[in-house]
Every structure is written in structure tokens, then in C-alpha cells.
Write a protein that binds this ligand. Structure first.
Ligand SMILES: C[S@@+](CC[C@H](N)C(=O)[O-])C[C@H]1O[C@@H](n2cnc3c(N)ncnc32)[C@H](O)[C@@H]1O
Length: 242
């Protein structure tokens, strides 16, 4: 919103958002934008990947003129009011809308410029359905950007040991966790995005030596390609054809 976005639709499977904490974070972000502060780098967040070629404030995109408009007191007050009381349906007049839990159909087709997710798409079971839905939301020429983690989230000794577990063992390991990763590898995401007719413009993978051999793969993961076994996370960005 502080970069100039007019409408922000936030979807989650579970209602986690805390309006008063979000307001505090918003005030801090205003300070960082006003100061044109650099993006926190490897020194502050050494585990955040992928690393960026530059951590400077993107002043070429967020020019002074844009920032003046985006940070005008009247606009900030409107956003604050919307953080305090977000809309619960995707109305055209609300700056912020928060729908959790969401279901297919909550966003109208071809109304969205950017779909952004961060450490989310490793969880949904119905990945094909979610990609179809996200693709429908996008306007022609719209962009989707997903950071996806393929690791076992500490449930196995090896980072990719989850691909060696049978479904029964995996269910046992995950126990009653609300969020259990879907175990789909990088190639599944690429195939689904391409199947929806979107064009992949960035696929930045973080590689790690595999902790398991192909012979250890559970039968249902025999389809993994060799690159899947060494791709621990990826930033995938795609464009819906105009
Ligand atoms: C690891 S957290 C990441 C949260 C945040 N994006 C971040 O980077 O800090 C995963 C989030 O994905 C959400 N999630 C899982 N399945 C989802 C689904 N089918 N639709 C929407 N959100 C989902 C979870 O509820 C949780 O909020």
C-alpha cells in the first residue's frame, strides 16, 4: 500500500491477522519509506533467500513524486482506517480486504494485477485448483510471484527426507499440525503454471545437495526429476498472457 497500490486483498486459510499489530507495523513502515531506508540485507537476515543484487531503497521505481503521493497524510489516514477495519469481501471501494478462511470465487476474474505469496504454496493440498484460481484472478498481462519452500520443515533428519516417507509415515510425523506441507516438488509448480497458460519469467532456485538417493524415494515420488531433489526453495514469477 505504501508503494502506491490502491487495493490489497489478503487471503488466508486461517484467521491469523491482528489489526492492532498490523497498525504498529504500518507506522514503522511509514518511517522506513519516508527515510528511504535500504532493504535489510544478509547482515540483518542471513537466512533470507534469494539474496538481492542490491539492497538500496529502489528510488528509481519509488521516485520522490510517487512517494509524495503515496505517503500523503490523507491517503495514510484512509489506509489506517482500513487496517483497523478491513473489508471482508472484495469490494472495489475498500483499500484493504481480508478474507480468512477464503474459498474459490471470492475474487472476480481478471481483476488483479499481482498475486503474491511467500512460503504458502508448499501447504495447499489442491495445488492445481489454487493455481487455476490465481490465474483466473489475474488481468491479462498480470503477474504472479511465489516464494516456495520445498524442505520437510524439520520433520525429517534430511532436509528432503519427506520424499522418502510413505503417506502413513508422513501423516504420523506431521501429527496434528494445522499446516502440513503438500510435499510437491519444484517441477510440479512449474508444470501447473505452464498448464494454466502463464509464461514463467523468473525461476530462481536455491540448490542444496540431496540428503537422500533416488533409491530412497517413496514410490509416489519416483516422478521427481533430479533437479527436484536438489531444489530446496524457489522464487517463481509468471505472467498471464495479454
Ligand atoms: C509459513 S506461513 C507464511 C506466512 C507469511 N506469508 C510469511 O511469509 O510470513 C504459511 C501461511 O500459509 C497459509 N496457508 C496455508 N494454506 C493456505 C491456503 N490454501 N490458502 C491460503 N493460505 C494458506 C497459512 O495459514 C499461513 O498463514
Amino acid at each position: 500500500m505504501l508503494s502506491g497500490t490502491e487495493h490489497y486483498l489478503a487471503l488466508d486459510a486461517v484467521r491469523y491477522a491482528n489489526n492492532s499489530l498490523n497498525l504498529q507495523i504500518f507506522e514503522e513502515l511509514i518511517g522506513l519509506f519516508r527515510a528511504q531506508a535500504p532493504i535489510p540485507d544478509d547482515a540483518e537476515f542471513p537466512l533470507v533467500q534469494p539474496s538481492l543484487p542490491s539492497y538500496a531503497f529502489p528510488a528509481d521505481v519509488l521516485t520522490s513524486a510517487r512517494l509524495d503521493a503515496a505517503l500523503s497524510p490523507k491517503r495514510l489516514e484512509l489506509i489506517r482506517a482500513s487496517i483497523r477495519n478491513p473489508a471482508t469481501t472484495a469490494r472495489a471501494d475498500a483499500p484493504i480486504c481480508y478474507i480468512a478462511p477464503w474459498e474459490p470465487g471470492v475474487i472476480r476474474d481478471a481483476t488483479v494485477d499481482l498475486v503474491l505469496s511467500q512460503s504458502v504454496l508448499e501447504y495447499p493440498r489442491d495445488l492445481a485448483g489454487i493455481y487455476a484460481e490465481m490465474c483466473r484472478w489475474l488481468k491479462p498481462g498480470g503477474v504472479m510471484s511465489h516464494e516456495i519452500d520445498f524442505k520437510s520443515m524439520g520433520l525429517t533428519t534430511e532436509w528432503n527426507g519427506h520424499w522418502s516417507c510413505s503417506d502413513a509415515v508422513w501423516r504420523l510425523a506431521a501429527g496434528r499440525r494445522r499446516n502440513r506441507v503438500n510435499r510437491e516438488p519444484h517441477s510440479t509448480h512449474i508444470a501447473l503454471i505452464e498448464k494454466m497458460g502463464c509464461r514463467i519469467v523468473r525461476d530462481q532456485r536455491i540448490m542444496r545437495p540431496s540428503g537422500i538417493t533416488r533409491a530412497q524415494l517413496a514410490p509416489r515420488f519416483h516422478f521427481l526429476v533430479d533437479d527436484d531433489l536438489t531444489t530446496s526453495s524457489a522464487l517463481i514469477q509468471a505472467v498471464k498472457p495479454a
